[in-house]
Ligand binder design. Structure first.
Ligand code: GUN
Ligand code: ZN
Length: 433
């Protein structure tokens, strides 16, 4: 049992539905025991209720719930920074050649470790990870994740057309390889398995049927894919599935859409799709950096809110610009400021999108996403270096909302002092302390 004493922020309720959802505790106390939160409140009150608990004095630091990234690609760590493309030519010229390199098990192991290290170093404690096309590379990712202690939901990426031959498998091979992987890793420690066709473009109908079978046989699996990212992609999907009224209808036809489904992007969403996404409780992974970098467009956030379609944030490494979820929240803010139908996100909404909204998207909100007693003690401790511009700004701020806004605007990975999952230390920055 331990009380952490620091400035604490969290959003235990949906920050779009509840304007007062931000809990800000300038002198806060987080009481944890055996990896769980027992209490969170003003330090004096938490201390008075548990006078016997030892106190860890982290004054000058900021505690946030661990970040939850709902869309990130493990094989794409080394193609970050590839600017100047749009989705389909980016895939052809940069991404798919790199993904093919993960057929080399030694290389895949190096990339898996690099990827997992970067998640931890950026304070991302839970992620829905687009995997590789090769089963040994997936085993390398799951092993690296298990060693790190991070929560990772991932799975073999399935495709049988229009990528490049090295990345294609038959639906039968996809089924067998997925069964083996999920049998070995789903529910193993903090790992969960997801069924992942790359996108409708690269999946035949038999392949989507395989996805359906896997989900039907294992209702606790997750499902993720891409949708409505780029206009050319949408046109191609319409050509390949002439019977489908829209992009979403392809996934719906195969029973892939529900509470445990997360679809990335949805920039080109139509009104009927938004309506059906809300009805099915499917979530969207909003990836503002990637949407801008690949010229996909500006996410219609207001339309998602009005249709009551749930969304959370994804960094979409390597279409995006890096692993930082605070940066992603800032980009969501910046792009919505200049959207055709603009919105001004509050600091509470930005924090919510990077934490609790992700837990909701992954159907993990009973256990993750904020510091409600009973939830897992997954958190990030931030400590801006003394000589940083952020430290200077924070020295003169008193209003908690402005403090949070400054952190979300300026804090890079150098501010991350410590990261814990269920109380276990998974990353410690030796430089700041
Ligand atoms: N659509 C299909 N594959 C990908 C990918 O790797 N990244 C993004 N952003 N979109 C995709
Ligand atoms: Zn993606």
């Amino acid at each position: 049992m331990e009380i952490l004493r620091a400035c604490i922020f969290h959003t235990p309720r949906n920050a779009f539905d509840h304007p007062d959802s931000l809990i800000a505790l300038p002198d806060g106390g987080l009481l944890t025991s055996e990896g769980k939160v027992l209490a969170c409140g003003d330090f004096s009150a938490v201390r008075a209720a548990s006078p016997e608990a030892p106190v860890r004095d982290l004054r000058g630091s900021y505690l946030l719930p661990g970040f939850i990234d709902t869309h990130i690609h493990f094989p794409q760590v080394r193609i970050l920074g590839g600017l100047g493309y749009s989705l389909l030519d980016w895939l052809d010229h940069l991404t798919l050649p790199e993904e093919a390199r993960l057929s080399d098990d030694t290389y895949a192991t190096v990339i898996a470790r690099e990827f997992v290290h970067q998640l931890a170093a950026h304070g991302t404690t839970t992620s829905l990870v687009f995997g590789a096309h090769f089963a040994p590379a997936m085993a390398a990712l799951f092993e690296a994740a298990a060693t790190s202690g991070l929560r990772v939901i991932s799975g073999l990426v399935l495709a049988d057309r229009l990528l490049r031959p090295e990345l294609h498998v038959t639906p039968e091979q996809a089924f067998e390889a997925s069964k083996l992987l999920l049998g070995r890793y789903h529910g193993h420690g903090r790992i969960r398995y997801a069924v992942i066709p790359r996108f409708a473009l690269s999946a035949s109908e038999p392949m989507l049927e395989v996805c359906h079978t896997l989900l039907r046989e294992n209702p606790t699996l997750h499902f993720t894919s891409h949708i409505n990212e780029n206009p050319l992609e949408v046109t191609e999907v319409a050509r390949l599935f002439p019977w489908a009224a829209d992009y979403l209808a392809v996934y719906e036809r195969f029973g892939l859409i529900g509470r445990r489904s997360v679809l990335a992007h949805n920039v080109q969403a139509t009104a009927p799709e938004l309506h059906r996404l809300a009805a099915s409780q499917c979530s969207i992974a909003h990836c503002p950096a990637s949407n801008a970098a690949l010229g996909s467009g500006i996410f219609p956030m207001r339309r998602h809110l009005e249709a009551r379609v749930h969304f959370a944030l994804g960094t979409d490494v390597g279409g995006g610009t890096g692993f930082g979820m605070m940066k992603e929240a800032l980009l969501a803010y910046l792009l919505q400021r200049v959207a055709p139908d603009p919105l001004t996100l509050s600091p509470a909404q930005m924090l919510y999108l990077a934490t609790r909204a992700g837990a909701e998207a992954l159907a993990l909100d009973e256990t993750l996403g904020d510091f409600t007693p009973g939830k897992s003690a997954d958190f990030v401790c931030l400590n801006p270096p003394g000589d940083s511009a952020l430290a200077g700004v924070l020295r003169r701020l008193e209003d908690p909302e402005r403090i949070l806004a400054a952190i979300l605007t300026m804090a890079g990975p150098e501010t991350i002092r410590e990261v814990r999952v269920a109380g276990d230390l998974i990353f410690e920055n030796q430089l700041t302390h």
